[in-house]
Design a protein around this ligand. Sequence first.
Ligand code: RAM
Length: 921
Amino acid sequence: MTPTSDPSLLVYGPRTEQLHEPLGVGEQHPRLSWKLRSERRGAAQSAYRITAAERADDLDASSRLLWDSGRRESGETLLIAWNGAALRSATRYHWRVEVWDETGAPGTPAQTWFETGLLTHDDWQAVWVGRDPHSAPPVEPPGDEDPDPSWGTPPLYLRREFELRDTPVRARLYATARGVYEPRLNGSRVGDLELAPGWTEYHRRVQYQSYDVTTLVREGRNVLGAIVAHGWWSGHIGFDPRRAAHHYGSEPAYLAQLVAEFADGSRQVVATDPDWTEHPGAIRAADLLMGQHVDARCEIPGWDTPEAVAAGRYQVAVLDHATGPLVAEPDPPVRVTRGVAAVAVRQRGPGRYIADFGQNLVGRVRLTVRGAAAGRRITLRHAEILADGDLYVDNLRRARAIDTYVTGGGQVEFFEPQFTFHGFRYVEIDNYPGDLQPRDVMARVLHNDVPRAGTFECSDPMINQLQSNIVWGQRGNFVAVPTDCPQRDERLGWLADAQIFAPTASRNADVSAFFARWMRDVIDGQDTDGAFRDVAPAVTIDREAAPAWGDAGVIIPWHLWRIYGDRRALRRSFGAMTAWVDHIRRHNPDLRWRRRTGNSYGDWLQIDVTTPRDLLATAYFARSTEIVVLSADALGLPEVAAEYRALHGGIRSAFIDSFVSADGRVEGGTQTGYLLALAFGLLPESLIPAAVGHLAAEVESRGARLTTGFVGTALLCPVLAEHGRTDLAYALLHQEEFPSWGHSIRHGATTIWERWDGWTEQSGFQSAAMNSFNHYSLGSVGDWLFGRVAGIDQTPGSVAYRELLLRPLPGGRLTWARAEQETARGRAECGWALADGRLTITAVVPPGTTALLEVPTSDPAGVREGGEPAAIRPGVLAVEPADAGALLHLASGHYVVSAAAPDTHTPPVSSRPVLFSRETS
Ligand code: RAM
C-alpha cells in the first residue's frame, strides 16, 4: 500500500478483440487493448507505441515490422484497431505495446499474439458431410433397451484417414457442426471446448472453432475424426415439443479443415469430403434437454486411430458444397471450468443413491464404476431440489435430464456425457454396482469461460451467500447464449432477463465479447418492421418482443459502450436500435406504448400487485429513446440525437400526463411504477420528493417487503438509496421474511430463484409449470452491491471507468464491505469498514483514470488520508464539502482514507445522482 513501492507504469492483460491470445480471429482489423498498473499516485499513460510482426523475434527488427504505430501521444488503451499490413488467414501475429508515463518515462511493455482464422470464403475447401440416408442402418447395441427414439438418430462417429509427408511445424484444425461436436485426432480429443460450435441464428451464422493440433499430428498415417450430436441444430430446444428440426435442420452434419504447415513453408490440407466415413459408436443418443445414453459395449476401440478395424463403416453423404455462412467464434467458448465434489451420498434403496453437491449448478456428472460386468444399465437423474428425500423433477417439465450408462465390463469405467447438460444440485444414481463412494461421483461445471472480473464481500454472511448465488446463477446460465434457466425445457436467450442482468454480469466477469456476439443474434431476429423478438436466437415465439424484452436490443449495446468502451458494438447496433424505437413510435403515435406490445409480460413475476402494463411499456419506450439519444451523441450524430431528443421529450410528457398525478402519485401505486418513473427520469423535478415519499410509504406499509418482479427489482435498492432512503434499501437487502432474497437463502438457495415464491412455508412449491431455482434475473441487485454498497461506479459521462465514482455506503447491519473490479483499464477497488467511531475507506484507482470519492462522515473537515489531512496528500486533487460528508477528487493510485463515522440517521452523501436518466444531464 505504500504509494511509492512500485513507481513504474506496467502494462498487463493485453488482449485482441477482448480476448487473451485468441486462435481464430475473424476480423480484418482486430482491436487491441491493454490494462495498466502502478502504485504511484497520478500515474498515467501519456503515449504508446504498438509494433507487430509475424515472428516474435522480428518485433525488434524495424525492417520486419508489419505495423509500427509510432509513438502516439495518447492515453488510450482500449480497442485500438489494427492499422498495419492486411492480415492473412491462419497466421499468427505478435504485437507489443510500449508505454510512456505522464513524466515521459518508459513503462514496462507487454507482448502478446493473436492468430487469424480463415478470413475469406476461398480459404475453405471443406464441405458439409453427414449420414447418408441410403447407407445401411446403424448396428443395434447388443441386448440393450433402445434409447428413446424421440431423441433422434444416434450421434455420428466420423473419420478420415490421411497421410502426412512430414512432421508439420504447425497444424491447425478449423471445425464446426450443424449440431454439437467433439473433434478427435489420432485417438485423442482435440481441445477442451464443450458444446461447440455454440448456438447462433444458424441460418445467418454458424461459428467455427480453431484448434492448435501441432502436437497431435505426425508424419505418416493419421486419423481425423469427430463425434457429432444434434445439439441446438436438430435436438430439442425450448418448450417446443417438436425437435429443433422445425427451426433448423433434421440431422447433424460436420465440416472441418486441417491445415498442416511444413518447415519449407508448404501446406497440406485435409478437409471434410466424400472420403469420410461414419459409423455408430458408444453414444446411442444425446439431446441437450433429454440427456445422453451411452452403451460402452458399442465402443469400437481405437476407432479414431489408423489401427482401427474397417468393418461397419459407411460412406458419408456430402450435404452441400456451399460452406457459408461460417464465422470465427468471437467470444470465450464453453468449457468445463471446475469439478464439484459430492458433499454427501445417501443410499435410498438397493443400488440407488442420491449424491448432493451442496450447490445448484450446471453441467454434468462424472461417474466412476468399478468391477461391473458388461451390460449393467446405470441411470443418472438430475434435480435441483429434493422433496421428502427424493428428487423433485416436476419443474423440469419435458426435459428428462436422464443419462444412462451401460457398462462395458472394464475394471474401472468412467462415464461423463458430453452432448447434454443439466441444471442440478442432486443426482440420483440407480443400479450402481457396489457402494457408491463420494470420490466416485463428481459434478463438472460448464459455461462460457468468461474471465472473472470482480469480487464482493461484506460483513453479513447472508449477503455474501446472495453474491455467491448470483455468481452461480450467472455461471449456469451463460451457456452458449445468456439463458433464462438451465434445467427445464426452455433455456432460451430471453432478452429482458439478459438486459436486466447485464450490469451485474459485467461486475462478476468480463462479458464484453459474450454480449457483443449475442447482440448479433438479437439483431438477426429483428423483423422488417424493426421489432426484435423476445428471445435470441429467435425460436418458438413469433411475435414482436414485449416492453422491456425488445428494449434489450437498445440497452445492451449501450451497456457495452459504457462499461467496455466498445464503440464498434454500438455503431453496428445503432441502426437496429433506432429501428426498434421507430417501430414503437410508428404504432403508437400518441407516444403511449399500448399497441404492438407482443406478449406484454409487464413486471414479470411481481408479487401481490400488478404494475400497469402501459405504464411500464411507456417508461421503457422513453428509456430506449433516451439511450438512442445518448448513443447518437457518442457516435457523433448530433442531428439524429436532436430528433430522438425531441421524441424523448414527447414520451416523457405523455408519461407524466397519463400516469403521474399532481401529488406525485404514479398510477397503480406499485413499487415498480415509482421505480420506473424515478429511475428513468419521468417525473417533473418538483414531484420527485413526493414520489419518493409514496414509494417509501408503500415499502414501509409492507414491513420492508418488496412486490417487484424482474423489471422493478433491478431498480429497487438503487433508487431508494439514491433518493436518501438507504435505510429502506438495506432493510430490503437484509430482509429474510417472504418475499426477499433472504427468504430463499434461509431455505437453502444456492442460486437465484426464478420466483420469490418458488417455495414458501405456506404453499410449498409453486406450480411446476414454471418454477426454476436457477434464474439470474432477480439477482440484478448484484450491480448495486458492487456499485453502491462497496461503492465502485463511474460518473454519468464516463466511458469504461475513465472517471470512477467511489461511493461507499455504510448502512444496514453492515460493518464493512469491499469490492474489486477488473475494469477495462485496470483494477479498481473500494472498501469500507466502521470501527471505533471511525470510517476507513480503501480505494484503488487505475492509472490514467481519476476518481471522485464520496466520504460519508459527520466531520467533513476531519477527513484524513494516510494519517494526514486529506487536502495535503499527494494524489488528492481537491477536497469539497458535500451534503453529509466530503468529496475527494483523486488521481490514480492506492488510498487509505479515514474519517469520523457518519451519523447513522443522516442520508448519505448525495453529490451526483447517477441513475440512468441523469446520464443526459
Ligand atoms: C419465462 C422465462 C423468462 C421470462 C419469460 C417471460 O418462461 O423463464 O425468464 O423472460 O418467461
